[in-house]
Design a protein around this ligand. Structure first.
Ligand SMILES: NC(=O)c1ccc[n+]([C@@H]2O[C@H](COP(=O)([O-])OP(=O)(O)OC[C@H]3O[C@@H](n4cnc5c(N)ncnc54)[C@H](O)[C@@H]3O)[C@@H](O)[C@H]2O)c1
Length: 513
């Protein structure tokens, strides 16, 4: 191991050489993919000359231009007329969203476009990826916004909350993609893969002057410098057992590792994804630090909570050879503390991450990758599909799941009901629900079931009636006039069963009056 460590610091690169940077890697592991598809297999090619580099750059420019113009086009999903003859839902899209998601919207019932002019009516919902949304981009007709992805910092969430508009995301849709990179990280840590590859390309190849006979002998002779350890039987500590962490747990068990998990705020849903007694759960991080050969973090970055969760105190409790994996956020691991561990030789393991760290850039024990965790076609498709399903559920039933600003609210539709459903967003004030139900009773509406939830300043109520209002539009106007705390009202047009969820004829928003 000592020889290996010495070789690492000697041979490993500060930065990859230009020729290697120019190498173009593109592959797809999808079985049966047609060769011409996006992501189809291409051979690995190293570009040798400046002329080749210009050709490559021109190609990249062409691809970027094509992508931009695709984004500007109106996505053509959900646009064709189908069997449905009711009033349709309208969705405005931004960015090039995967057709896997767009095709979830039933044709006819949904009109989906990136171009306002192509929609038959103003947008009722917005679906986007990375578009930086401005408050003025959101017309008063919009009931919800969904982002294909986890982060929502491109959306003015606070202002949308004030307007009573739920913002949704797609947590966990990229979990498998990240898990697979973590598995790769385990192997990069346990074996001298990157270091060995660098040695072959940049040391052996150069020193042997491209003589293949000599190169193949050196490849055999030098392998001892890059020997590693197997991961089977080793212990991995998984910090954060949510969508990604739970998948890492299962994968690690599959690789024959012992697993210790830590997550003091585990949700019930996440707990159900864990493989029960095949892993050990600890309530003290120190227990995980002391026992782990690998530590991987899968917690959100929260200032003051998960900032530098792994710092010098934590590292002092770890085994000296512990390998750290960080595919969550750079700031969760204190790079300066890791650096000092490397410098004074109290830490001899590697640090693998898809985030860079100013204290570790170029250090041979820090294998840093581009931010690749979620960068797979499948993750993009899963996010788009989940976003579409979440939005349809909200528009058609009022259900709120995966919202970053509204409470989770699910009221299962009743079988054989001929009543209407009313969704109300209001400021969370005492007595609000009582006022609403009193008003509805006075109008002869009989409530069969209801749910009332709140999150911060916002309350959300979904009410089912046994009957239909005679005039839904004026009823909503009267209710809004009576209850000043109401922000928006939305009748779901028709009865339940198969008819559930035509858009109501009238949509009230107080802030746009
Ligand atoms: N590298 C990438 O490309 C990439 C892609 C997606 C997500 N991520 C990162 O991965 C993180 C985890 O993603 P996820 O989808 O699993 O999220 P998640 O919300 O499903 O899981 C996070 C888990 O962390 C737990 N947790 C919160 N605070 C904790 C603490 N102080 N100690 C221990 N556990 C704590 C939560 O209870 C939850 O179970 C995200 O926050 C994001 O920063 C990175």
């Amino acid at each position: 191991m000592a020889a290996f460590a010495a070789q690492l610091s000697m041979a490993a690169p500060k930065a990859l050489p230009a020729q290697q940077l120019r190498a173009s890697y593109r592959s797809s592991f999808r079985a049966g993919a047609a060769p011409a598809r996006r992501g189809a297999v291409k051979t690995v090619s190293a570009v040798a000359s400046d002329a080749d580099e210009i050709v490559l750059l021109e190609k990249m420019l062409k691809i970027a231009k094509e992508r931009k113009s695709k984004e500007a086009e109106a996505p053509a999903a959900g646009g064709a007329d189908g069997e449905y003859d009711g009033k349709g839902f309208t969705i405005k899209t931004y960015n090039a969203i995967s057709p896997v998601g767009l095709n979830k919207y039933p044709k006819g019932k949904y009109r989906v476009s990136g171009d306002d002019a192509a929609l038959p009516a103003p947008a009722m919902a917005v679906m986007l990826r990375s578009q930086k949304l401005q408050v003025e981009d959101i017309p008063a007709t919009v009931r919800g916004i969904v982002r294909c992805g986890a982060g929502t910092n491109n959306i003015p969430v606070k202002e949308m909350t004030e307007r009573g508009i739920p913002v949704f995301n797609t947590p966990g849709a990229n979990a498998n993609a990240v898990k697979e990179l973590v598995v790769c990280g385990l192997l990069l840590a346990s074996r001298g893969i990157i270091e060995g590859n660098y040695h072959v390309n940049n040391v052996i190849n150069k020193e042997e002057g491209g003589d293949y006979e000599k190169i193949s002998k050196r490849i055999e002779a030098d392998k001892a410098m890059f020997g590693g350890l197997e991961i089977e039987g080793k212990t991995i500590g998984v910090i954060g057992l949510g969508a990604i962490g739970s998948k890492v747990v299962t994968a690690a068990l599959g690789l024959g590792m012992k697993v210790i998990g830590y997550d003091p705020v585990l949700s019930l849903d996440a707990a159900l994804q864990l493989p029960g007694d095949r892993m050990t759960r600890v309530t003290e991080l120190d227990d995980l630090f002391e026992a782990s050969d690998f530590i991987t973090v899968h917690v959100p970055y929260i200032k003051g909570v998960t900032h530098h969760l792994i710092n010098s105190e934590a590292l002092a409790k770890c085994k000296p050879g512990v390998h750290l994996l960080n595919f969550a956020r750079g700031e969760i691991i204190d790079g300066a503390a890791v650096r000092s561990g490397y410098d004074n030789n109290t830490l001899t393991g590697k640090y693998i991450s898809d985030f860079s760290d100013p204290d570790l850039m170029g250090h041979p024990r820090h294998i840093v990758l581009p931010h690749l965790g979620a960068s797979t076609e499948e993750a993009e498709e899963n996010s788009a599909a989940m976003a579409a399903t979440t939005m349809m559920d909200f528009l058609e039933t009022g259900t709120i799941r995966n919202s970053v600003n509204f409470p989770t609210t699910i009221l299962a539709p009743q079988k054989n009901s001929s009543g209407a459903r009313l969704c109300i967003v209001n400021r969370n004030e005492p007595g609000a629900l009582g006022e609403i139900t009193t008003f509805l009773g006075s109008k002869g509406l009989n409530i069969s079931q209801q749910i009332n939830t709140s999150r911060g300043d916002i309350a959300y109520t979904v009410i089912d009636f046994t009957n239909q209002p005679e005039d839904a539009d004026s009823l909503q106007a009267d209710l809004a006039a009576t209850c000043s705390f109401i922000i928006s009202l939305r009748f779901l047009g028709m009865v339940f069963d198969d008819e559930l969820g035509e858009p109501g004829t009238f949509f009230y928003v107080s802030w746009a009056q």
